[in-house]
Write a protein that binds this ligand. Structure first.
Ligand code: ZN
Ligand code: ZN
Length: 415
């Protein structure tokens, strides 16, 4: 393997590392850091490690993975082996988190790595992995610790986003797009992120202050009313983890989001961007909701995959997230489809089918049952898809029926 990092701007990479450590993690002096990354992302791993020690980290432990190593298992591993996952590793990670370590993940792997591999092996390996990683993942999902995800322009990923460019040019172009989307293309990136987080917090506060009962979306192919969960809260940007550290889990992030009511979505909606799901592109999705449940679904391509997705469980046909994202942002301005949810869901207003977020309630200590009583959906899936564009208007509707403009032509209606 060759590192083609001379195509990637060193200064901007340093800024991304700085933003990941200071804003994303808000790493505390004396805190340990556990980092996972593709081996290809080593230049960013090194920059982040440097920034973490400068911020006072007691120990940085990187764990590297490699696409070729992963593929070797599918080429040459015995079928019996695919139920094995390194539970010991995740138990160790969980131990580190219990002792106060922060967690950083660098993403950038090939989105289509396992396409064409034996689906039985892929499925069993994924199942074993999700069971084994649960002790560690619980800390992340429940926000017990500060954590962050940033991206590296992996070569295979870059070639999927820019299929018409030569490999090195594609990687340079993806690096450029990641830097822009992550708001590190200019100096003062940490300050820019603090300002951006303040804006997201203001939006969330405005939405919370209005106490909307429902949102009404109108536009081409769309007339949809989404009821919001009882006692829902809008959140966005920074989050206070249960260890008291205020972190920004996703870099980039543009969304303000909350939990819809699983039984109160009615009308029809047309997706405004293709959905990239497990290596399949699902295009021109159109669905009808009745009483919160999808009762009709169509897609111009990938319809079978979309139907399989909906049939995962009862909650897979219902909404678990509603997110507002202005049509114009550094991500949407790139005009790219990234085939990566972290980027694509931050380019347009979206909804997600499946599991809701328990932290999107005013009361942060709700049990699973209490979340369900308030209308929070549950499912084994959580899949975001884009329904926002410059042609979509959104009104907030309060309990007494008052309508307030929330978004007009894809932008915030209030300034
Ligand atoms: Zn979202
Ligand atoms: Zn989501």
């Amino acid at each position: 393997m060759t590192f083609t990092t001379h195509t990637i701007d060193r200064e901007k990479l340093k800024r991304l590392a700085d933003v990941a450590v200071k804003v994303g993690l808000n790493l505390q002096p004396g805190q340990e850091l556990v980092m996972t990354a593709p081996v290809e992302a080593l230049p960013l791993v090194r920059e982040i490690t440097e920034a973490a020690y400068e911020a006072g980290a007691s120990l940085v432990t990187p764990l590297l993975s490699d696409d070729e190593v992963t593929l070797a298992r599918y080429r040459s591993g015995t079928s019996d082996g695919f139920d094995t996952a390194p539970g010991w590793l995740y138990e160790g990670m969980a131990q580190a988190f219990e002792k106060g370590a922060a967690r950083l993940a660098i993403k950038g792997d090939d989105p289509a790595l396992l396409a064409g591999r034996n689906p039985d092996h892929v499925g069993r390996a994924a199942k074993a992995m999700s069971a084994a990683s649960r002790p560690a993942l619980n800390h992340i999902a429940n926000f017990r610790i500060n954590w962050n995800i940033v991206s590296w322009p992996g070569l295979a990923w870059a070639r999927q986003v820019f299929p018409h460019l030569a490999p090195e040019a594609a990687q340079a172009a993806l690096a450029d797009a990641i830097f822009k989307a992550s708001r590190v293309d200019q100096g003062g990136a940490v300050e820019a992120w603090r300002a951006h987080n303040a804006t997201l917090a203001e939006r969330a506060a405005w939405l919370n202050g209005n106490r909307f009962d429902a949102l009404h979306y109108t536009g081409p192919g769309t007339d949809l009313t989404i009821g919001l969960a009882d006692g829902h809260a809008w959140v966005g940007g920074e989050t206070e983890a249960r260890n008291g550290v205020i972190c920004t889990p996703n870099i980039p992030t543009e969304e303000v989001f909350t939990t819809p009511h699983a039984e109160r979505a009615d009308g029809y909606v047309r997706a405004t961007k293709p959905l990239s799901y497990q290596g399949t592109l699902i295009e021109e999705i159109e669905v009808r909701f009745e009483g919160g449940r999808i009762t009709e679904a169509r897609a111009a391509s990938g319809e079978n995959v979309f139907r399989t997705l909906l049939d995962n469980d009862e909650g897979a046909r219902r909404l678990g997230e509603v997110a507002l994202v202005p049509h114009r942002s550094p991500i949407s301005d790139t005009g790219l489809l990234f085939y990566n949810t972290l980027f694509d869901e931050n380019a347009a207003s979206h909804i997600a089918l499946g599991q809701c977020y328990a932290e999107c309630f005013e009361d942060k200590t709700l049990s699973k049952e209490e979340v369900a009583q308030r209308g929070g959906n549950s499912s084994i899936i959580h899949v975001d898809w884009m329904i926002g564009s410059a042609e979509i208007d959104i009104d907030g509707i309060t309990a007494d029926g008052t309508r307030v403009p929330v978004m007009r032509s894809g932008g915030w209606a209030q300034g």
